[in-house]
Design a protein around this ligand. Structure first.
Ligand SMILES: *Cc1c(COP(=O)(O)O)cnc(C)c1O
Length: 307
């Protein structure tokens, strides 16, 4: 927006990493009282780390009351709104003025295909339309060409839309609903399987993202469960468990059997699995907690030797 990062108000989240709408309302009031003009609120439909979905219905209501533009970052999670069983907050994407989403994530398009949907297309034209004298794209008045540079920041560009359109032609809406539903079920299966290992502490399971961490059996009683709502300073054992999981993640990535990434929840380092591949199977996801325990033990032994 060109306003600088200081113009952004970060709104706190609750224990489930969802925006605290009361805090949003307070912040709006304070800014108004200070003579500032808030004009947009941004919610997230599927956060990067845990797949949390903000209370989008309530945020939409706040936006209506305060005449704010309602943008939703659905880069990862937006396509899941197509599922009939999607929760009401996810479906409240329908109330957004604009939604960003990445077909290269949950529409399985090859990298890269970023996308923004804007309810009122004229808003794009009003923003970007510009006819410099060195561009003359003719056409009949009743059959004018669509010049994409008049609808967005980019002029010359590749035909990214083709790969998105082709898959839609091939699998259609029903195909996507089936594949996305499978991914969500696979993440749940991994989470449930992780729960059965005493050395794994499961944290979150939202959309197709499951998070957990490895805690050596003897340290378990000395490590507090991560509380996303109230991050606390780690004691020595908790700091060690953070380090252990950091090294475990690197070891798993190097080893190459499964690719996990990380999520920091309540200040603590967790392993994060995000399933966005229609080739992933139940066997694949059941293997991951087993691998995490096996490698967790090895990394723990190595670190203790050095301790
Ligand atoms: C991936 C992601 C982004 C960044 O998207 P890029 O395509 O890498 O620019 C932003 N927000 C969320 C929620 C994401 O999952």
């Amino acid at each position: 927006m060109g306003l600088g990062a200081r113009a952004i108000r970060w709104i706190p989240t609750d224990a489930e990493q969802r925006m605290d709408v009361a805090a949003l309302r307070r912040r709006l009031r304070e800014d108004r009282e200070a003579g500032r003009t808030p004009f947009m609120a941004i919610g997230t439909a599927g956060t990067v780390s845990t797949g949390a979905i903000d209370p989008l219905r309530e945020i939409a209501a706040v936006c209506r009351e305060h005449a704010l533009w309602f943008h939703v970052d659905g880069a990862y999670g937006a396509p899941a709104a197509a599922l009939p069983e999607a929760d009401a907050d996810l479906r409240a994407l329908a109330e957004a003025d604009s939604v960003a989403f990445d077909p290269h994530k949950w529409l399985y398009a090859p990298l890269e295909a970023g996308c923004v949907l804007v309810r009122d297309a004229e808003a794009l034209h009003d923003t970007f339309h510009h006819r410099p004298p060195y561009y003359h794209f003719g056409g009949e008045p009743d059959d004018m060409p669509t010049n994409l540079y008049e609808w967005g920041p980019q002029n010359s560009r590749g035909f990214r839309a083709l790969k998105v359109w082709l898959v839609l032609q091939q699998v259609g809406r029903a195909g996507y609903v089936g594949m996305i539903r499978d991914d969500i079920a696979l993440a749940r299966a991994m989470f449930d399987h992780a729960r059965t290992f005493p050395e794994l502490e499961t944290a979150t399971c939202r959309l197709s993202i499951a998070t957990f961490r490895y805690i050596p059996a003897d340290l378990r009683p000395r490590v507090r469960p991560a509380d996303a709502g109230r991050p606390v300073e780690p004691n020595d054992d908790e700091a060690y468990v953070d380090r252990l999981n950091t090294e475990l993640l690197t070891a798993m990535q190097d080893e190459g059997e499964a690719y996990l990434s990380n999520a920091v929840i309540g200040g603590r380092f967790h392993l994060r699995a995000c399933i966005v591949n229609f080739r992933t199977t139940l066997d694949d996801v059941r293997m991951v907690p087993e691998l995490a325990v096996r490698m967790g033990r090895a990394v723990d032994a190595r670190l203790r030797e050095k301790r």
